[in-house]
Structure formats: C-alpha cells, structure tokens
Design a protein around this ligand. Sequence first.
Ligand code: ADP
Length: 160
Amino acid sequence: MKAIYPGSFDPVTYGHLDVIGRITRMFGSLIVAVAQNDEKSPLFSLEERLEMIRQSVRGMKGVEILHFDTLLIDYCQKNKINVVIRGLRAISDFEYEFQMALMNKKLSEKIETIFMMPSESYSYLSSRMMKEIVAKGGNVSAFVPRHVERELRKKLLEPR
Ligand code: ADP
C-alpha cells in the first residue's frame, strides 16, 4: 500500500514530522506531497518548503518528498496511491478534514483517508502560529527544527 501525506508545509513543524515518523514506521514508506497552493499565498516558495522538509527528514528511511499542483485524487490515481494521510490536531480541524475526506471519497472510492493524531505535545502547533510568533520576535525552537527557525527569521525579520 502506498500512502501520501499532502499539505502546504509552510513551513514544516515538529507536528508534521511526528505524523511523518509514525506513518512511515507503520507503512514502511511515505510520500510527503507539498501542495503548490499559490491561492493560499504561502510565505515560502515551493522549493523552499521542499528543501526544509528534505533537511528535516534526512536520515529517515522510506520518506519520499515531492510536489503536486493538480487535484490530489487525480495525482493518487495516476500514481497508484491508495491511502491519504491527514493530521487531526483538535476538534477545530475536524469539520474541514471530514468534508475533504468525504469529497475525496466521492471522487474516488478506492482511496482511503486515514487521520493521525500527533503526540499531545505537538497537537497545538500550526505553521501559521510559527509565523506569527517569529514575526513578533518570539522563540519557536521547541516547535520546529533549527534550520526551519533560521529560515523563518530570515524571511520575517531580515530586511530585503
Ligand atoms: P494544509 O494547508 O493542507 O492544511 P498543512 O501544512 O497546514 O496543510 O497541514 C498538513 C496536514 O498536517 C493537515 O492534515 C494538518 O491537519 C496536519 N497538521 C498540521 N499541523 C499538525 C500538527 N501539529 N500535528 C498533526 N498534524 C498536523
């Protein structure tokens, strides 16, 4: 079975990495798929987001990193991927994730969505919060790898 973990990863956090680690141990491998998502106006370019994940999973066996800009389900069908992984942090994630999983099921019956809860210590993390904290001068070293924090500071605090 091939599993895919799609998201914006703008930027990747320890919450994402917790999910990636757990699923990779369960499935033996995992495709992390970064959505281009220009309509969400991400802070980091696609290449920057990919590179931050590459550096974060260095040494982890079985993780493949790629990007997509089509409908996720089309991508899965073309590449014979049958499991979509999503993270569930809190009840507030539930409604959106539930709607998306049901819609994906309507688009393709063969693809299952599996929800993964992160360890409790990461369940309150979001990429958006990381950007807000760094922009206001806070420290996020407990929540993202060191190189990600460096990139956040560069992007948000250094004059261009
Ligand atoms: P998207 O824009 O697709 O929601 P994100 O990069 O924000 O992309 O998140 C990708 C997936 O990872 C989503 O399923 C999201 O719920 C999950 N996720 C985000 N942060 C965490 C976290 N701290 N713990 C567990 N799952 C998370």
